[in-house]
Design a protein around this ligand. Structure first.
Ligand SMILES: Nc1ncnc2c1ncn2[C@@H]1O[C@H](COP(=O)(O)OP(=O)(O)OP(=O)(O)O)[C@@H](O)[C@H]1O
Ligand SMILES: [Mg+2]
Length: 467
């Protein structure tokens, strides 16, 4: 198969996909016999006549193994070009196993190649059975490695650690936030994180924990705003067997689980007044009991809470207890929406593209100028989460080596309010939800009642907005 015919690869990690190998040599006879031999095995074969062609192929596609010659200029045997090629391949695709081809009697060269990162060598003229076996062995190790990388990446995503391990904070407002983080993270001061959906509150909570003196302790996250009234106490404080009908066994609460670490109370703006009372009592005394028990336990946690609602307005409107607000906001940090930190957009996008390309086994270098222009022009109402999902879609749509404007399913500017006729039911619903929240100063119960929805439904729809 020539380079041009190679389709954008699906992750080549499944055991059933035929192997994909690259063979590089300037000798056409070697290329022909290699292609014949490996195709006979049912493998996909890409040929390269020079180191340059070999590197171009590896940049474009993902292979399971490469078989490369050491000499590319007529009448040379020193192997310098081959050694350089091995080094370069390691830079482009460090997981790709490289088997070098050497002439008889050049064992020193084979050793040098292995020192440069080759995994094995073949002496020409090769033995068909042996070379096939060497490639199979190398390829299956490579597939296992790539598969474990993929699983690792997926696990990281499942653990909610996001598509990229690095926190982007290039823009001035984010640099300021990070200065505050550096100052306050080491202390045990409670922190309140404010900001729209998808601005990075949950991620920042984890970063604060990791930079704190409690980093060795647990980081327990609980979506308090989503806990039904009846479950709140037992979830937060635990219960003892028989405390209520369904309490079949003792249960450890989140405060106890987070002992010696950080307790992250997400969506704090959505808890009811009675839940606020319960939390306040604990924060004032530092003590609590499991439901159904009279034994007093000590709360030994740092609390980071987060909300996307306007908590100050909720306090003023009497929907959030002021004393609880003051307990939680020893330090407040407000994460700016993405439209107010444009300097971060391209870097975030590049990182998401790189992470998703890795996940899907695609060779994508980044975004071209037209795509960058489009993402900079967009207002990103769903903030970083929306950007991350848009980049995942773009990676899947992309047919070349860079993401172009056409691969993005975003409109250049959606900040202008659309007319009702041109909106989908979901979009109309989102507008109504936002307006109801504004009218009720962030009070979810009141906004839900306004729209005739249950609090749980309203809350679910609200979450869907940012997705
Ligand atoms: N500065 C950043 N650099 C890199 N990735 C980020 C950054 N901020 C957020 N992300 C990623 O963006 C996504 C959304 O972030 P996160 O879940 O922390 O937002 P949030 O404010 O907690 O949203 P919500 O209000 O919906 O809970 C996550 O995948 C997160 O890893
Ligand atoms: Mg969050």
């Amino acid at each position: 198969m020539s380079k041009g015919q190679t389709p954008p690869s699906a992750p080549a990690t499944g055991a059933d996909h035929p192997l994909k190998v690259l063979i590089a040599d300037d000798d056409p006879d070697i290329l022909v016999s290699g292609r014949f031999l490996f195709r006979n095995e049912g493998w996909g074969v890409t040929q390269a006549r020079s180191p340059k062609e070999a590197l171009a192929a590896i940049e474009k596609d993902e292979f399971d193994a490469a078989l490369v010659d050491m000499n590319y200029a007529r009448n040379t045997t020193a192997g310098r070009e081959g050694l350089d090629l091995v080094t370069e391949i390691r830079k482009v695709d460090p997981d790709l196993p490289v088997i070098v081809m050497t002439a008889w009697g050049t064992i020193d060269l084979a050793i040098s190649a292995i020192k440069c990162g080759a995994c094995d060598f073949v002496q020409k003229p090769w033995d068909n059975v042996r070379v096939v076996q060497q490639l199979k062995t190398a390829a299956s190790a490579c597939r296992a490695l790539r598969k474990s990388r993929l699983l690792e990446e997926e696990n990281r995503l499942l653990r909610g650690e996001g598509a990229s391990p690095d926190f982007v904070c290039k823009s001035a407002p984010m640099r300021k936030i990070m200065e505050v983080v550096d100052q306050v993270a080491p202390s045990k001061a409670n922190i309140l994180l404010l900001g729209e959906n998808g601005t990075g509150k949950s991620l920042l909570a984890r970063i604060v924990h990791e930079r704190s003196a409690l980093q060795e302790g647990p980081f327990i996250s609980v979506n308090v705003g989503g806990l039904p009234e009846g479950l709140f106490e037992s979830e937060m404080f635990g219960h003892v067997k028989g405390a209520f009908t369904d309490a079949k066994a003792d249960r450890v609460g989140r405060f106890e689980l987070a002992k010696g670490g950080t307790l992250f109370l997400d969506e704090i703006g959505n808890i009811t007044l009675s839940q606020q009372n319960r939390l306040l009592r604990l924060l004032e005394t530092g003590e609590y009991e499991r439901v159904g028990s009279s034994r007093t336990l000590k709360a030994d946690v740092r609390i980071i809470s987060a909300t996307n609602s306007n908590l100050r307005a909720a306090v003023q409107a009497g929907n959030f207890r002021e004393d609880l607000f003051f307990r939680l906001n020893t330090v407040t940090m407000e994460l700016p929406p993405l439209r107010d930190r444009r300097e971060d957009i391209v870097e975030l996008a590049e990182r998401f593209v790189a992470a998703q390309a890795r996940k899907y086994g695609r060779k994508i270098k980044g975004l071209d100028a037209s795509a960058e222009e489009a993402i900079l022009a967009h207002t990103w109402p769903g903030n970083i989460r929306e950007l991350s999902h848009a980049m995942e879609r773009a990676v899947l749509m992309c047919r070349g080596e860079t993401i172009v404007r056409h691969d993005l399913s975003i409109e250049p500017d959606d900040s202008a309010p659309a007319s009702l006729e041109s909106m989908s039911i979901e979009e109309v619903e989102q507008v109504l939800i936002r307006k109801a929240l504004d009218r009720n100063e962030g009070n979810v119960s009141k906004a839900a009642a306004d729209l005739g929805m249950s609090r749980a439904t309203f809350y679910r729809r609200l979450k869907e907005q940012g997705k």
